[in-house]
Design a protein around this ligand. Structure first.
Ligand SMILES: [Zn+2]
Ligand SMILES: [Zn+2]
Ligand SMILES: [Zn+2]
Length: 117
């Protein structure tokens, strides 16, 4: 399993947990998520990534102030701290978790491609 810093595709988690079936896998992920251990980092049509939570999360709430970055070159998803803070608030609502999906080229790929060219 290729473990980049950050998020793990659900298929890789499934492979690591085999012979667990898909239903059990989703149930396990859901319970880990509700305990504040992992969070859904990225979701596309048929591809979901999960990432390990830091110690800011507990069993009641996830407290994240980071973005999810997907590299379009190496397809890795990672949790990244943005240079600017995500100050998202909605009047009369309690915001616990801000999830932002960003796509681009990661640091590794950026420097790898510039050294080839
Ligand atoms: Zn969390
Ligand atoms: Zn990359
Ligand atoms: Zn994350």
């Amino acid at each position: 399993m290729h473990l980049h810093k950050g998020a793990i595709p659900i298929d890789a988690i499934h492979t690591a947990m085999e012979p667990v079936d898909r239903v059990t896998l989703y149930r396990t992920l859901k319970s880990l998520s509700s305990k504040g251990i992992i969070h859904k980092a990225y979701q596309e049509q048929n591809e979901t990534h999960y990432a390990i939570c830091g110690n800011t999360c507990d069993s009641d709430h996830h407290h994240h102030q980071h973005i999810h970055f997907k590299c379009t070159t190496c397809k890795n998803v990672s949790c990244e701290k943005p240079a600017n803070t995500l100050g998202i608030s909605i009047p009369d609502y309690d915001v616990h978790h801000v999830s932002v999906q960003v796509e681009g080229i990661c640091k590794e790929c950026k420097y790898a491609s510039s050294s080839i060219m």
